[in-house]
Design a protein. Structure first.
Length: 134
């Protein structure tokens, strides 16, 4: 079986074609198509238990009794987040004024924030003007 045929089998299988239809289309044995699909995770069970990575589109197999993953790797998750961090992801944006420095700041999804940064929180909590000043 050539690499081109393997690519065609993969593409047709993902489009929902059955083993016999793929075998007829490519003029190869149905058993050859079946064994290729089973070895490469293209069986009907594997195709029904997959989602696509939100970043790269690569299929992710969903494991039984596990929460479905949204990304295929940490690299894809980081890339997606870096490209979409400005979106509030359906959380409400709250606007506050920092109790320490008086500067305005925004908080996504947290309506009880009091400080604009960890530095302002520490300064208020421990009575220092700035972290590291002594």
């Amino acid at each position: 079986m050539s690499n081109e045929q393997k690519q065609q089998i993969t593409a047709l299988r993902r489009q929902g074609y059955g083993y016999s239809k793929i075998a007829q289309t490519l003029s190869i044995s149905e058993n050859t198509v079946k064994s290729y699909c089973r070895r490469n995770g293209l069986s009907s069970d594997a195709l029904n238990n997959t989602v696509d990575c939100k970043q790269c589109g690569k299929p992710i197999i969903i494991k039984e009794k596990c929460k479905p993953r949204q990304f295929c790797s940490d690299r894809c998750r980081s890339q997606w987040w870096n490209n979409h961090h400005h979106q509030s992801l359906s959380k409400t944006t709250y606007r506050f004024v920092c109790q320490k420095c008086g500067l305005p700041f925004e908080s996504n999804g947290n309506k009880s924030r009091k400080y604009c940064s960890h530095e302002c929180y520490i300064a208020t909590r421990f009575g220092k003007e700035r972290v590291g000043d002594e």
